[in-house]
Design a protein around this ligand. Structure first.
Ligand code: GAL
Length: 375
């Protein structure tokens, strides 16, 4: 009899272990589950803040979070994503560098690990379902509008056209095409009616791949943008004084401004230069009248929204993200990876000029010391 009970107890222990073991795997989906965070780079400083906020938002919701920075090298980020998969990540938030990330996204799909493309579409992949970003076409429209307003293009005289040089982001980043096309949707009509003259390569849209490649900036590297601007000043722009430069983000804007500062022609009168990301160094330049504008994308809100989405995916809930709208109609194209169209959630960008520097400050986007300096 004792033997019978012994067997019964062992069976019970084994069963409960199995249940608990099984429970651990299929227990509360989120408690203690690991969320991986793969951020592309840190040379563009906004990404540091994105990574830190994603981690803290995940931990706030009871997840473990593992944050990795890819140093703008996709092979490094791929190894990081594989490590996160090896750590049994439940979901991975990926801000990729380029579409060579696709094979490790496929590995995640094989392991049934969900992936969210964060602020950069993962191109040439059908192995994930969600992308969360800003309305990047509107980012460009805001950049174009800030130039049109500041240059007074509505009232400008075709006999004395304003001159502009064009820069774009990295061709490996789908956002760069939307930024540029948004801006040129505003600026092209002024070129066509003669009040705006493009100095240097002039792709009307990013569809003009040959000329777009000439104005694109590999890896969003400031050093590449600065060298191109210095070359423009010596060649195509040698005999004109540029009134403006379309710069796709703050990191490139500052590189362009540095190149102009080195040219005596622009002493005391820099061209009007756009930007994006509301990086502190650039908002200081805007305050000083040395950069025209930036576009504030509250990446703290983007990171929070991404983790809300992640939590809902992990729990099998239908996504519903405060402050983000599901892209529909023509905007849904922002989620076209080339292999499928993923569900794309968009947050709203805001133009920031000298007149509304309070917007990123009030959003607590900067440190106390930075706010002090911006007063
Ligand atoms: C883009 C992003 C921009 C800027 C740029 C440089 O994908 O949308 O906000 O950060 O990368 O990293």
């Amino acid at each position: 009899m004792r033997r019978f009970f012994a067997v019964l107890v062992c069976a019970g222990v084994a069963a409960s272990a199995l249940f608990l073991g099984g429970c651990k795997k299929s227990g509360p989906a989120s408690a203690g589950a690991l969320i991986g965070i793969a951020i592309p780079e840190t040379h563009v400083t906004r990404w540091v803040k994105d990574g830190e906020t994603l981690k803290s938002e995940a931990e706030k919701r009871g997840y473990r979070a593992e944050l990795q920075f890819g140093d703008a090298d996709q092979s490094i980020q791929n190894r990081q994503i594989q490590t996160l998969l090896g750590l049994d990540a439940r979901l991975i938030v990926v801000g990729n560098i380029n579409d060579e990330v696709a094979p490790v996204i496929a590995e995640a799909a094989q392991k049934n690990v969900a992936v969210i493309a964060y602020d950069r579409l993962i191109q040439n992949s059908a192995d994930y379902d969600y992308f969360i970003t800003f309305n990047n076409y509107k980012v460009g429209v805001l950049q174009g509008q800030s130039l049109a307003n500041a240059l007074g293009l509505e009232q400008a005289d075709p006999k004395a056209p304003k001159s502009i040089a064009l820069f774009a982001g990295a061709m490996t980043d789908g956002n760069a095409f939307f930024f540029f096309d948004g801006a040129m949707s505003v600026l092209n009509p002024y070129v066509e009616n003669g009040v705006l003259k493009v100095v240097g390569p002039y792709p009307k849209t990013s569809a003009d791949k040959e000329n777009f490649a000439k104005i694109a900036t590999e890896g969003w590297q400031g050093t590449i943008a600065k060298a191109r601007m210095a070359g423009l000043l010596k060649e195509d722009a040698k005999s004109v004084t540029l009134d403006a430069v379309l710069a796709p983000n703050d990191h490139i804007a500052r590189a362009i401004i540095d190149a102009c500062r080195a040219d005596a022609k622009y002493k005391g009168k820099l061209p009007l230069v756009t930007g994006q990301d509301a990086e502190f160094e650039s908002t200081m330049l805007i305050k000083a009248g040395e950069q025209l504008s930036t576009v504030f994308k509250n990446t703290s809100k983007l990171a929070e929204a991404a983790i809300i989405l992640a939590d809902q995916i992990v729990k099998g809930e239908t996504p519903s993200i405060p402050g983000a709208v599901l892209a529909e109609g023509s905007l849904a194209e922002m989620g076209n990876t080339g292999k499928k169209t993923v569900k794309t959630y968009l947050l709203d960008p805001v133009l920031v000029t000298r007149d509304n520097l309070n917007v990123p400050i009030d959003a607590e986007f900067y440190t106390a010391a930075e706010n002090e300096a911006l007063k």
